[in-house]
Design a protein around this ligand. Structure first.
Ligand code: SF4
Ligand code: SF4
Length: 168
């Protein structure tokens, strides 16, 4: 099994340098069978996750803002001992156009060193990040490119997928 790259600074730099290559790979993937790609992605994802420990990273929690549902806002306000109104005023950003609510601070207010201080109550968006275990990978490559320079799982997955598909 190939040793994954876990150097966050190097991954961020490669994210900038390989942006065009990644968009070309996105176009290349569109000609492939969805189910075949999902099968390969899920196998690679499993192999890469067995070699990367999120507890040693935490970069997503430093860099990204998770979406939160109203139910999750209710849970988090209770954890913080705030009314929902005060919690939303202080810690939530609302995208009225897309009708999405986010935790607005980066790094996330719940990040303690590299660990989530509310792990069992973390939002669903955090639980499913980096979304590589979902199906229809080919339809989500734009998001993958956004996360390529942030998350070592996505970075290594994209690179190993290029190799496996002989992408030049
Ligand atoms: S809630 Fe926890 S898992 Fe989600 S971004 Fe914040 S620290 Fe990370
Ligand atoms: S999901 Fe990715 S960015 Fe987040 S902690 Fe794990 S390896 Fe790091």
């Amino acid at each position: 099994m190939k040793q994954p790259e876990i150097d966050i600074e190097k991954i961020a730099l490669l994210g900038e340098q390989k942006e065009k290559e990644n968009f070309d790979f996105r176009t290349f993937l569109k000609g492939h069978d969805f189910k075949r790609i999902d099968k390969i992605v899920h196998r690679l994802d499993k192999e890469i996750r067995s070699q990367i420990n999120c507890k040693d990273c935490g970069n997503c929690c430093k860099s990204l803002r998770p979406c939160v549902t109203n139910l999750e806002i209710d849970t988090l306000s209770k954890i913080d001992n705030l009314t929902q109104h005060d919690f939303v005023s202080g810690f939530v950003e609302i995208d009225n156009f897309e009708q999405i609510k986010y935790l607005k601070d980066t790094p996330c207010k719940y990040l303690n060193d590299k660990l989530c201080s509310i792990y069992t109550n973390r939002p669903e968006d955090c639980k499913s990040y980096p979304h590589t275990q979902k199906t229809e990978f080919i339809t989500r490559t734009l998001g993958m490119i956004d996360n390529y320079g942030i998350c070592p799982i996505v970075f290594n997955l994209f690179e190993q997928l290029k190799e496996e598909l002989n992408f030049k």
